[in-house]
Ligand binder design. Structure first.
Ligand SMILES: [Fe+2]
Ligand SMILES: [Fe+2]
Length: 313
């Protein structure tokens, strides 16, 4: 029996406007997280279709159980990110084209790539999440806390559940395909696709969201783009439009923690990687306890303020 819990969440994005710049203290992180919302919709749609297609091939009942719960969690994530992105599109209608382009990238994988490739894609990408999300959740005080509570709560929920189901995709891949060699061989094309999709989202932000709402060049997270921009100061024929300051989301995070995350990402792609042994963000356990106790985790920081003031009095 899997331990995964399928949780339905309502972040009330319909209630009032959802800002693109949802954490004003870190415009680059606001933009990066928004890009994750776009990617999540397409990626998790692909996962749900893949598991449905895969079900008849899963013979081990425990793996079938894991796959079902994994798919249901991803389905909930995708639905919540759709509500978030729908709110952004209401404000910036041009972003509908961006969303369509992102989803089309994943629909193309569903249509043209074999199941084992899509399984490897899911296993490879999900394997990186524990290290990446630990870095973010360990730095929640600067990345999430100063932001819009609904958007911050959406990402915290999604990231702790990614930590919770960190082994699922590899369990399914190992049961159905079971080849570390294949997973490693296709990894470069998988991560190239992930970066391509994030680039589509960021280029869409530059095009459809005014600079006063974005405050940064959304493409500044890409090293190749930064290098080209730097070179264009001396090589005018490389010059591209100016989309704003080139700040990065993690510039203020401790370098040591960033290096640990980077090492974790590399480790996650090696043979025999077992996510069960990863170091986990402390916030995940707090989150699961609060959810189990019935607290309102869809407004994480409002609830946090209530609980902390209650604990002090
Ligand atoms: Fe997810
Ligand atoms: Fe996931």
């Amino acid at each position: 029996m899997t331990d995964l819990v399928v949780r339905k969440m309502d972040f009330a994005f319909e209630d009032h406007d959802v800002p693109f710049l949802w954490n004003e203290t870190n415009p680059a992180f606001s933009s990066m997280a928004n890009a994750v919302s776009f990617l999540a919709i397409g990626f998790e749609k692909m996962i749900v279709k893949m598991i449905l297609q895969l079900k008849p091939q899963i013979t081990d009942p425990e793996v079938a159980d894991e796959a079902d719960a994994f798919m249901r969690q991803e389905g909930q994530h995708s639905g919540a990110h759709r509500q978030h992105v729908r709110a952004l599109i209401r404000r910036y209608p041009g972003l509908q084209d961006t969303l369509d382009a992102v989803i089309a990238e994943f629909d193309a994988l569903t249509e043209h790539k074999p199941l084992k490739y899509r399984l490897a894609y899911t296993a490879d990408l999900e394997a990186t999440f524990t290290s990446v999300f630990k870095l973010m959740l360990d730095n929640e005080a600067s990345l999430f806390r100063p932001g819009d509570d609904r958007v911050a709560s959406l990402f915290i929920w999604h990231f702790v559940e990614e930590v919770e189901h960190r082994s699922s995709a590899l369990i399914i891949f190992d049961s159905v395909v079971g080849s570390d060699l294949y997973r490693m061989r296709v990894a470069p094309s998988i991560f190239a696709h992930v970066l391509k999709v994030i680039r589509i989202a960021c280029a869409g932000f530059n095009e459809h969201v005014p600079l006063e709402d974005r405050r940064i060049d959304s493409l500044s997270m890409f090293g190749t783009y930064r290098n080209k921009k730097a070179l264009s100061k001396w090589l005018p024929w490389l010059r591209t439009p100016d989309f704003g300051p080139m700040t990065r989301a993690f510039d203020d995070l401790p370098l040591g923690e960033q290096l640990i995350a980077l090492k974790g990402i590399i480790r996650s792609q090696l043979p025999k990687h077992d996510p069960a042994h990863e170091n986990l963000p402390a916030l995940a356990d707090v989150w699961f306890d609060r959810y189990a106790a019935g607290h309102d985790v869809a407004h994480w920081y409002a609830t946090d303020a209530l609980l902390t003031s209650g604990a002090k009095s």
